[in-house]
Design a protein around this ligand. Structure first.
Ligand code: ATP
Ligand code: MG
Length: 553
């Protein structure tokens, strides 16, 4: 979504609501810091004028004491300003990350499916990091520049001439507003393009790492290498162009500053000619005016960062504002059976995958679902896990519409066991305990024995404490699946969903797993999905997809 700059800024600022007091602290310190810096130049100018013979009543020791004190104080307030800025920035980055993770966790699959993995990584790392610039180096500089400028204009109007004050307003506007806005307008498309290219690059790069095996298997290493090189070159080109633009912009700004400085002398001279100011006041005004450009000059540097910052801000807000189409239910249940599909129809996009499906799974039943690839078998399980809501009809869990049931209690009772088991980079024991963290040693051993994996574990060097990474290739798909099954036995779900859980393993391993499951079916119901009839031999009841309809066999 493309938001207007004002809307975007105001939305990003609302996120820092709780830190207003820290921002004020940063701004006050920043303004005082700049005024002290200007003070140093001003009193240095006064010292020179005194040296040149202008009657100035302040003594040299006093003037130098003021200069030294201003320098020390400037250091202290600068420290507090930077401290407050970074305090806000890093707190807000942490909060943003938490918010994004929360948003992602609550988003339904349909909203996340168009976000590729690389895109999400780039969002969580790069974009949020980029926003640091906005929170630590944008908000306060703008406020500081505004306040310091107001103070300086008032000071010049009161001490020298209202005309020089008006000129100062014009100079601040040109350097701090007009040039940066023009630059932002010229460069904003560029920033979005850069972020997009970066995200696409990360996506491609991650993809080629994940797909490393396929790339080698298909002998496409050269092709991928070339593509990665080409994309990095593209990215470097975009970066170079962006740097060139920044440099041009800085050159223009610096040239304008030189012209504005010369104009101060011209205007000062004209005012002096018309007896509106004294001769040495021209010099003081010049010194004050040039040294007061600091804060607005800080603004002039913002757009080169801001273009990217706003692009990142837009992407972060896009995720935060996505509304999940699925709302969590608020009823907690302890019994998920029976499960009934009542005239359920479902479509992912436009094409209906399920039409008027009726299905019942009772307590202690092993139900098989058979059908060719792509017919909608896994979709049925996704509806039971409520990854999606039905398009029409209803899914009833123990006679209650699934929409009313909380995800937590649903997942406390249902376990999905699919084609491949993921093992974390940890010990075998910890990989099992993920299913039940407080399981006793006896429970773990029993679960492994029931899953037919106990002997395998004992045969490893450090038994249950063997690291998965130490197993390297010394673990087969069947062994991984049996570890997955041990997890199921530890968790003891009331309903187990098997989605082609034995599809990748040989008949002997499949037999071990199915037998173990049959033994356990008195304590849990099971749905087995397969396109192999033999897998469903342990079922009490089999449904089959025939011409798009699910029929009881
Ligand atoms: N997220 C999705 N968005 C759009 N279409 C989808 C999505 N997931 C699956 N489909 C489509 O829905 C249909 C049914 O998919 P499903 O995964 O339920 O099939 P399946 O019966 O489990 O097949 P297989 O035996 O190959 O696993 C397929 O045509 C698939 O392309
Ligand atoms: Mg499937």
């Amino acid at each position: 979504m493309k938001r207007g700059v004002i809307k975007l800024i105001s939305k990003l600022i609302t996120l820092i609501g709780p830190f207003i007091s820290v921002i004020l602290l940063a701004v006050v310190n920043g303004v005082i810091g700049y005024l002290l810096a200007i003070n140093i130049t001003l009193f240095a100018g006064i010292a020179i004028l005194k040296f040149l013979g202008i009657a100035i009543s302040l003594s040299y020791p006093l003037i130098f004491t003021i200069i030294i004190l201003s320098g020390i104080l400037r250091g202290i307030v600068r420290y507090f300003e930077q401290y407050s800025n970074h305090y806000i920035a890093f707190k807000i980055l942490a909060i943003l990350r938490i918010k994004i993770f929360r948003a992602l966790r609550h988003l339904s699959l349909d909203k996340l499916e168009d976000k590729s993995k690389g895109d999400l990584v780039s969002l969580l790392q790069g974009d949020i990091e980029t926003l640091e610039v906005f929170y630590a180096h944008t908000i306060t500089p703008v406020l500081i520049a505004l306040l310091t400028s107001v103070v300086m204009v008032i000071f010049i109007c009161l001490t020298t001439s209202i005309y020089l004050g008006l000129y100062l307003i014009l100079a601040y506007l040109i350097i701090g507003v007009i040039i940066p806005v023009i630059f932002y307008k010229v460069n904003s498309k560029f920033g979005r393009k850069y972020r997009l290219k970066m995200a696409q690059f990360e996506d491609f790069y991650l993809d080629s790492i994940y797909g490393g095996y396929e790339i080698i298997a298909n002998n496409k290493q050269e092709m991928y290498k070339k593509e990665v090189t080409k994309r990095s070159k593209d990215l470097i080109d975009v970066t170079k162009k962006s740097e060139m633009k920044n440099n041009t912009f800085m050159n223009i700004t610096n040239s304008v500053i030189v012209i504005l400085n010369i104009l101060i002398i011209v205007i000062g001279y004209l005012l002096y000619k018309n007896n509106m100011i004294l001769n040495y006041e021209i010099i003081l005004a010049y010194v004050v005016l040039t040294s007061s450009l600091g804060p607005v000059l800080a603004l002039a540097n913002l757009p080169s960062n801001l273009v990217q910052t706003f692009a990142s801000g837009n992407r972060v807000l896009d995720i935060l504002e996505l509304k999940s189409s699925i709302v969590d239910g608020n009823t907690n249940i302890s019994n998920v059976l029976p499960i009934t599909f009542n005239k359920v129809s479902f479509k992912y996009d436009t094409k209906y995958i399920l039409n008027n499906v009726n299905l019942t799974i009772n307590k202690n039943e092993i139900v098989g679902i058979l059908g060719p690839s792509g017919v909608g078998k896994s979709t049925i399980l996704k509806l039971i896990m409520r990854f999606y809501d039905v398009s029409s009809g209803e899914v009833l869990i123990n006679d209650m519409n699934i929409k009313n049931i909380s995800y937590k209690s649903l997942y406390d009772n249902i376990n999905l066991f699919s084609q491949s088991t993921y093992l974390f980079h940890d010990t075998i024991l910890n990989n099992l305990l993920i299913a039940k963290s407080d399981a006793s040693k006896e429970e773990v051993i029993a679960a492994c024995q029931n899953a037919g994996i106990y002997d395998y574990i004992l045969a490893q060097k450090e038994g249950f404490n063997t690291k998965i990474s130490d197993l390297k290739d010394n673990i087969s798909e069947g062994e991984k699946q049996r570890l997955g099954l041990a997890r199921v036995f530890l968790r003891k779900p009331k309903l187990l969903l098997l989605d082609e859980a034995t599809a990748n393993i040989d008949a002997i391993n499949e037999g071990i797993i199915l037998n173990a499951l049959k033994q356990y079916s008195k304590d849990m119901s099971i749905i087995i999905i397969s396109h192999r009839k033999s897998t469903l031999s342990i079922c009490n009841k089999i449904y089959e997809f025939k011409e798009g309809n699910l029929c009881l066999v």
